[in-house]
Design a protein around this ligand. Structure first.
Ligand SMILES: Cc1cc2nc3c(=O)[nH]c(=O)nc-3n(C[C@H](O)[C@H](O)[C@H](O)COP(=O)(O)OP(=O)(O)OC[C@H]3O[C@@H](n4cnc5c(N)ncnc54)[C@H](O)[C@@H]3O)c2cc1C
Length: 416
């Protein structure tokens, strides 16, 4: 991996930046690999990194139909927390949060991790009871959630409107201080560079168009750049998972929906933390550039268009202006959408399938970014050993027939 001294940085600055080398290779696909990962988002690249690093699987490829990080990885608002209700969820999200805490150092890449705290607001007594219960459940799982009353909420986030006459009165909030945000591109690039150094081929502009199966066993894939032989195919295609699974006749209880976000013009530091409100379907944080990063719940319709409707944004903006009246004077800079893969119990699927050698990691819906390292770590273990570890096991697709759901609609929150 190249390193640059201060002098070489200076020289590049004065000579037109001609000496930079790419951070990862752009290889052509080989005829065969030991495993192929479909999807070059955060989860796919993390899976490749842990497969190479922890399981010694280096003759592997990540196949991405666009560019790495061009899907939800590059579109999400990067809220990270682990304060989910169920033990199984707490285990995987907390596993991820612990990995996030050391990831910049591990990848030798500045992922701009900021543990600025995430607050989830309660606007009525019922919501307050539910959030307090979750606080207790989190503490039993060793997760750092605390309950703040309205005055403490205001102290932690001074611009918030807690007046009793407000349309959305703030009764209190949960706070996870270790929660926060990071930089999505940097995470994708950090994982890509580290996987590439270990020999993983990252193949962009290459769409998987088919999966070859003989006698119930995976033998390879077809792509827009030719066929590849492989005994293991690991799908990490987020909003497009149902299309991939359909290639081998696997049906999943996943629906794909648009999820939108938007940013304001940049302003001076204003919001010191992440604020989320499940009931009003809105959340906000501030980027290092000064933009207010805001988001909503999913658009209700199914779609693959990576765009949503203005009514969803309008609803969330109206709520945010109630909570932060000063936002009414801001102009919006841009808006975008991604396609998220939602499950009926608001929990992910990490699973083997009825087709030997075909594995799925999906269903993270509106909240998978926070899980990226933990998801990649657990999925790599499943793909390498053909058995789920204790963290992945509760998320098998079998739960939809056994009834052992991991119901997280409350903690999965507005969007995340
Ligand atoms: C607007 C928005 C805000 C969000 N905010 C948050 C948040 O604050 N916190 C949080 O935890 N989560 C958030 N999420 C959810 C989070 O982004 C996703 O759960 C997570 O990124 C999904 O994993 P991924 O990064 O691997 O997905 P992706 O980046 O979508 O990766 C999947 C990849 O598969 C590729 N692919 C699909 N089909 C094929 C094919 N046939 N061949 C080859 N490649 C293919 C796609 O091009 C894509 O690059 C948000 C999502 C959106 C859209």
């Amino acid at each position: 991996m190249p390193t640059y001294s201060f002098l070489s940085l200076l020289r590049e600055g004065f000579t037109g930046h001609k000496g930079w080398t790419p951070a990862w290779r752009f290889p052509d696909p080989k005829p065969a690999y030991d495993a192929v990962i479909i999807g070059g988002g955060g989860h796919g690249l993390a899976t490749a990194y842990y497969l190479a690093k922890l399981h010694g699987m280096r003759n592997i490829a990540v196949i991405e139909k666009g560019w790495i990080g061009g899907g939800n990885a590059g579109r999400n608002t990067t809220i990270i927390r682990s304060n989910y209700l169920e033990d199984a969820s707490a285990a995987i999200y907390e596993h991820a949060l612990k990995l996030w805490e050391g990831l910049g150092r591990e990848l030798n890449y500045n992922i701009m991790m900021s543990h600025r705290g995430v607050m989830n607001l309660a606007h009525d007594e019922g919501e307050a009871r539910v959030l307090k219960r979750r606080t207790e459940a989190n503490r039993l799982n060793g997760i750092d959630t605390e309950w703040l009353d309205a005055k403490q909420v205001k102290e932690f986030c001074p611009p918030i409107n807690i007046s009793a006459g407000s349309r959305f009165p703030v009764l209190g909030a949960t706070l996870q201080r270790r929660g926060g945000v990071n930089r999505h591109d940097a995470v994708v690039w950090g994982y890509a560079r580290a996987a590439d150094v270990m020999g993983v081929d990252i193949i962009q502009n290459c769409e998987v168009t088919g999966i070859k199966v003989e006698a119930g066993v995976v033998t390879g894939i077809s792509t827009s750049r030719g066929d590849i032989r492989t005994p293991k195919v690991a799908s990490v295609a987020a909003g497009h998972t149902s299309i991939i699974a359909n290639m081998v006749g696997v049906r999943l209880p996943i629906q794909s929906h648009p999820l939108q976000a938007w940013v304001s013009e940049p302003v001076k530091p204003l919001i010191p933390c992440v604020v989320m409100s499940n009931a009003v379907h809105a959340y906000v944080s501030q980027s290092d550039k000064g933009e207010l990063v805001m988001g909503a719940g999913i658009d209700p319709h199914n779609s693959y268009t990576q765009r949503g409707g203005l009514d969803t944004i309008e609803h969330s903006l109206a709520a945010l202006i109630e909570l932060f009246p000063m936002f009414s004077r801001l102009r919006l800079l841009r808006q975008w959408g991604g396609i998220v893969d939602t499950c009926p119990d608001a929990s992910p699927i990490i699973t083997k399938t009825k087709v030997k050698g075909f594995y799925i990691n999906a269903g993270w819906g509106t909240g998978g970014w926070k899980a990226t390292p933990g998801s990649g770590h657990a999925f790599a273990d499943l793909v390498a050993r053909d058995e789920p570890n204790a963290i992945a096991a509760p998320f098998s697709v079998e739960r939809f027939s056994s009834g052992a759901l991991v119901a997280e609609h409350g903690a999965a929150a507005v969007a995340h």
